[in-house]
Design a binder for this molecule. Structure first.
Ligand SMILES: [Zn+2]
Length: 153
């Protein structure tokens, strides 16, 4: 990776030390969050700060080189969420009181939730939901600015 330490630090600060996809906090991770390219380098993406995002290892690995996902409501292929161009709160909400699951509330939100498996529903037997439960109990999660579902699931 040719991204300078200074640039990496700027990306971390801009993201408020949260994964820009699943909003997992860096300080509860066992390693630093990763710097990822929104337009993958393999598709010509640059190292400019506008093409970079902070992502946890799960989201980074699952996003891989994908730039689209399937909207689970319409089965249409939709571009994945872009944290440089789209506010998180317009596309995702946390489940009501518990804050354990992320729900996509737009085609972009649903396609990204599905592709990155934000709630570990397809991988790892819901592991991330178990972690989030402890984070919520500790009062560290979800981020206070994030919208929550109004009525329960
Ligand atoms: Zn993540």
């Amino acid at each position: 990776m040719t991204i300078s330490n200074k640039l990496q630090q700027l990306v971390r600060q801009r993201a408020k030390y949260l994964c820009e996809y699943c909003h997992s906090p860096e300080f509860l991770s066992t390693s630093l969050l990763t710097i990822e390219h929104l337009l993958p380098q393999s598709l010509g993406g640059s190292d400019e700060i506008e093409n970079l995002a902070l992502a946890c290892r799960r989201c980074n690995e699952r996003r891989y080189n994908f730039i689209v996902g399937i909207d689970t409501e319409t089965q249409e292929e939709i571009p994945l969420f872009n944290p440089r161009q789209q506010p998180w709160a317009e596309h995702f909400i946390w489940t009501t009181a518990d804050g354990i699951k992320i729900l996509g509330i737009t085609p972009t939100g649903r396609a990204t939730c599905n592709r990155l498996d934000f709630n570990d529903e397809f991988h790892n037997d819901g592991f991330i939901q178990k972690s989030r439960r402890f984070w919520v109990q500790g009062g560290w999660h979800p981020p206070s600015d994030d919208p929550r579902q109004k009525s329960g699931i």
